[in-house]
Design a protein around this ligand. Sequence first.
Ligand SMILES: *Cc1c(COP(=O)(O)O)cnc(C)c1O
Length: 338
Amino acid sequence: MIDFRSDTVTKPTAPMLDAMFHAQVGDDVFGEDTSINALEEKVANMFGMEAAIFCPSGTMTNQIAIKCHTQPGDEIICDRLSHIYQYEGGGIGFNSGCSVHLIDGNYGRINAGQVEAAINNKNDVHKAYSKLVSLENTANRGGGSCYNFEDILEIKKVCDANDLFFHLDGARLFNALVAKNETPKQYGEVFDSISICISKGLGAPVGSLLLGSKNFISKARRIRKVFGGGMRQAGYLAAACIYALDNHVQRLKEDHEHAFQIANILKKKDFVGEIFTVETNIIIFEVKGRMTAAEMEARLQKNNIGVIAISKTQVRMVTHLDVSASMINETIQVLNDL
Ligand SMILES: *Cc1c(COP(=O)(O)O)cnc(C)c1O
């Protein structure tokens, strides 16, 4: 199957498995897994941040960050489509007892003016304390859209002026870095905490990291244990992540190129309406007229091509490491015949 359902479906490559096989491991709850320690240090250095912690999922890194930054009753400002709100099982309420102020952003991106308008008056006893602003880059439900870095700096100013913590859900940050020619250090300078996933486009089987100050990460280590995320000889997974960071970042350009190619074919189809601007590896488009989103999903499935109808009228396709150039050509032929 040519699987465009998500960039989480990738399998470890032979050299990645080899790196895992040869990993040095220990008990990470005792701080003795040398592969995990090396990964945490590598990522912290890469972003110019003090410390990092390895976790089993991006949901956990986001939820730990929210828990560390807030007290029950506080409020979080984020885009309406954010993963932390839409796709983490109500974790903001469940884990941290916080409310959200949702912003209708621009394909998943919010701006400084919107953030400023969302901040509650601290002296009004009716209102929750606004405590944290969370951005997503790239924005999944925005079709892999990327922020302009200047817009992030403007939001940072609002956070500083109003005592708000600033978190980045960077599950696909490396896609944004490659697309926009930016560096991890730029981001490390601006955010109080950053979550990155190595199990998406970078192709590791498991693994996310949360970055922040030393103090923040020691607090995060305690919360990770409470959430049940303290792992033991997980260095085998860390070795896959180190391999992915060393070998799979620059190649994300190919995934983006593949997504542009697919979007260009979709543009010509009479049953395709709006296609979200493709900036990275995600293509979200409207299906209308002689086909529904579900029918398109089923028709492609018959041709061994996996896509997801994410709503009654929208289909999502995601390119990644396990979709080759020849698979793209094969997909283009099938799409041409639809
Ligand atoms: C995938 C994803 C996550 C984390 O998901 P997990 O499956 O828990 O690793 C977080 N944020 C965004 C935007 C994502 O796409």
